[in-house]
Design a protein around this ligand. Sequence first.
Ligand code: ATP
Ligand code: MG
Length: 418
Amino acid sequence: MQPKAVKGMNDVLPEAAATWQVLESAVREIAKSYGYDEIRLPLLEHTELFRRSIGEVTDIVEKEMYTFEDRGGESLTLRPEATAGIVRAGMTNGLLHNQRHKLWTTGPMFRRERPQRGRYRQFHQFDVEALGYEGPDVDAELIVMSARIWQTLEIDRVALQLNTLGSPEARAAYRARLVDYFSGVKSGLDEDSIRRLAQNPLRILDSKNPAMQELIEAAPVMLDHLDPESAEHFDALRRLLDAAGIPYTVNPRLVRGLDYYSRTVFEWVTDALGAQGAVCSGGRYDGLVEKLGGRPTPAIGWAMGIERFVELYLECGGAPAKPTPAAYIVAVGDGALAAAFAVAEELRDGLPGRRVELNLGGGSFKSQMKRADKSGAAYALILGDDELANGTIGVKPLRSTEHQVSVPRERLVATLAG
Ligand code: ATP
Ligand code: MG
């Protein structure tokens, strides 16, 4: 029996990976241009880290984590998201005390969700985090940075939703209001929500069950219970976004799927991907470091789902990247192969970044030309007995009707560069 891939875990084949690379490098360059530095983290963390940061009563911790006991009996978990690991690394490496860091990371995340379009069990995120920054300036800058990604890649079918969750104290008061409200309509709640009512009523607002939406719509909203500092923070953020010309909608029911957020939360959503509309989500998590045993440290970040990002780019008319060689070297006859190796290296020296393919595995002139054509190369470079004898290369355009020309070997780089 042939081996199967694990359900919900995809191979990214070379053609798709080429497009991923283009988008990933665009995002990396943008993060760099805002002063963010890369951090690389382990895929495995102690299970406890995610239980304490993401929160016990969340979908991720309750039912989606890939958790196992290693041979030493420790409970480890494949990371479902990157923020907890970044904060842990900040604490482990003493990066949080009297310092500020703007960091990005990328890589696979693991959640045992029901696989469907835009929702996988191994998926990838690009993640940025600003540690030690109180905002609201950094909140605005992070959002402006995400907007630049859409502009750069000409992605237009996205809209920004914004909310604030207030301070922990304000949220405690709001929580009490929510419990009152949902207790009064308990018969309309689904099983998950009834459980959440006791443990974590804010989570009910994050329910994806369509049957719950009407009750959620009518629930009291956090915005009416904000503490003055959070209200000022939110207003200042809105003023900065207005000044930067970034449109948004305030969505008072946006709570996000993890427990550690406070104050600013936001989500870029699209109508181009069916039910999985969130492409980039983030928020402020001022209480997280302290919750994990560190000193209070303000922080904010966002994460973009790369699978959804790539799909959205293509839906918005982005061209799939197609890496094609600049030249394919055809070598026929005794001694031609060694010369072809040398020519290929000269081209790789002289045309950095361009792709040069050498015919591998021999074959007749005709079959090598077929491969050259199939490779998508702009030119076939032909090395046979005649060319060897007089120090030239046959340059045959493969994508036009122009005729083959004979070029002295020392002029080859210049010819192809032009
Ligand atoms: P959703 O509401 O779609 O479940 P989320 O709130 O769980 O998203 P986050 O945990 O904030 O998402 O992750 C950030 C981004 O990662 C999302 O905006 C989305 O683009 C992407 N993402 C989250 N879960 C998945 C998944 N299972 N498969 C693919 N992408 C995902
Ligand atoms: Mg989710």
